[in-house]
Design a protein around this ligand. Structure first.
Ligand SMILES: Nc1ncnc2c1ncn2[C@@H]1O[C@H](COP(=O)(O)OP(=O)(O)O)[C@@H](O)[C@H]1O
Ligand SMILES: [Mg+2]
Length: 271
């Protein structure tokens, strides 16, 4: 079905059994990238990326356009393959394909810049579809979960509407509820507010801050420094496919060490 291409956890399902044979010995990091490299043709977009995200940690990824932030996110739920290095989730290497890959994608919630809701399904159906189809959750249970998540993101009163009847901010909050309905271990956000009208940005960021405070492990690509200051444990600055600098938000924003970060911050602070 057409909508399957939009949503990672609905892709690539078959009956390949889950394998635990490659379980790592040390599972303390929930997400671990080791020496990850990725090329698009001649373009080297991820260069020896080492990144560990602990359970419950909130990491903000920031950096100029084209620095590889989206590719990094997409590699973590295997929407992109990598050329070398390893990516582990909860101590296990990312599976290549099959049911294990579908499971991985259920474990990694993703919210994109464009809301990607199923246009011909109601808000409620958008949130129940994954649990019912992928996890085999009973309809009544999926509905109950969906309503509680829609309430949590403040759009439960819109449950019967179609996505197009909602504002961008409401749609993005539905997208967050939809990702949460899969009970993911980690949530990835790729510039979730950059397509929104300014007055809707905070309603989405507030939901994300609440999620962070609830202990969700999050990797958030955003230039919203207010969010980083309120919610991030760590800021990772990427440029030209590399992690150039990482620090706690206060240190990074007030005292960036690298010239590239200083240059980048001066640009986003002055426009
Ligand atoms: N599917 C693709 N094919 C070829 N080049 C790509 C593809 N996706 C991204 N790129 C290139 O890879 C680089 C990194 O892109 P991206 O990860 O989207 O950066 P960011 O999210 O930081 O703006 C850019 O130069 C971009 O043009
Ligand atoms: Mg991007």
């Amino acid at each position: 079905m057409a909508y399957e291409t939009n949503v990672p956890y609905l892709q690539g399902m078959d009956d390949t059994p889950l394998s635990r044979s490659d379980a790592g010995a040390d599972a303390s990091a929930l997400v671990r990238l080791t020496k990850v490299n990725k090329h698009f043709g001649a373009l080297h977009v991820l260069k020896d990326i080492d990144l560990e995200v602990a359970r419950g940690e909130v990491v903000v990824v920031i950096g100029p356009s084209g620095s590889g932030k989206s590719t990094l996110c997409r590699a973590i739920n295997r929407l992109e393959t990598i050329d070398s290095g390893t990516i582990e989730l909860d101590g296990r290497r990312l599976p290549e394909e099959g049911k294990a890959l579908a499971t991985l994608r259920a474990d990694v919630g993703m919210v994109f810049q464009s809301f990607n809701l199923f246009a011909h399904k109601t808000v409620l159906e958008n949130v129940t579809l994954g649990p019912v189809r992928v996890k085999g959750t009973r309809a009544a249970e999926a509905k109950e979960l969906a309503m509680s998540l829609l309430e949590r993101v403040g759009v439960d009163s819109q449950a019967g509407k179609m996505p197009a009847q909602l504002s961008g901010g409401q749609q993005q909050r539905v997208a967050i509820a939809r990702a949460l309905a899969m009970k993911p271990k980690v949530m990835l956000f790729d510039e979730p507010t950059s397509a929104l009208d300014p007055e809707m940005i905070n309603e989405v960021l507030d939901v994300m801050v609440a999620l962070a405070k609830d202990g969700m492990t999050m990797i958030v690509v955003t230039h919203e420094m207010g969010f980083a200051r309120r919610a991030a444990d760590r800021v990772v600055f990427m440029a030209d496919g590399q992690i150039v600098e990482e620090a706690d938000p206060e240190t990074f924003f007030t005292n960036p060490r690298s010239e590239r970060a200083q240059d980048f911050l001066s640009k986003i602070l002055t426009h």
